[in-house]
Design a protein around this ligand. Sequence first.
Ligand SMILES: CC(C)(COP(=O)(O)OP(=O)(O)OC[C@H]1O[C@@H](n2cnc3c(N)ncnc32)[C@H](O)[C@@H]1OP(=O)(O)O)[C@@H](O)C(=O)NCCC(=O)NCCS
Length: 173
Amino acid sequence: MTLEIGTTSLPHVRWNAETELRKAHMRDVGRIHTLIKYWAERGFMLVRSHEHLQENLRDFFVLEDQDGNIVGSGALHLLSDQIAEVRGLAIHPDRQGQGLGRWLVLAAEREARDLGLPQVFAWTLQVKFFLSLGYSVTSREYLPDTVASECGVCPFFDNCRETAVVKPLNALQ
Ligand SMILES: CC(C)(COP(=O)(O)OP(=O)(O)OC[C@H]1O[C@@H](n2cnc3c(N)ncnc32)[C@H](O)[C@@H]1OP(=O)(O)O)[C@@H](O)C(=O)NCCC(=O)NCCS
């Protein structure tokens, strides 16, 4: 039996190429998909289909470097008038630890604040990353029912390894 884990490879990118943050465009879908698939195959996040990405494209931000590579993705998904989820967070393996993940999370938080939402949350295995950004650990029960209904269709519902983290948004930040 062949166990195929982590078969997706990404083209190398320059670690010091200048990078711009922008909202995602339909032409980015394939490359966002590949980036998320890369980390999903390594167990860090849920894989998202092309269809899901197309339907939810307005949620997404990307980081594009000066060579035209997509080196990061992240999204803000509205769940109620009280809370939105930061999701789809993926940084190219050659660009880890350069503040790009933080940049995407802050962009999602800014959008949530601009929309008048009082808090954001995320499901994650990278708890320390979110703690460093002012999130605190919470439980599924604390989150609104819309979250529970999304969890209900997740393939890992009975075997969830992720931790829920939440952050109140101060309007003055
Ligand atoms: C998790 C991830 C998004 C972080 O992005 P990044 O650009 O590497 O992180 P940043 O450089 O912005 O780090 C911001 C802070 O978090 C810390 N941090 C980042 N990753 C961390 C980790 N795995 N464990 C502990 N701390 C971490 C950094 O040290 C930094 O703290 P500092 O401000 O005190 O220096 C990125 O590593 C990634 O794409 N991982 C694979 C996919 C994944 O796990 N996605 C998350 C799904 S919720």
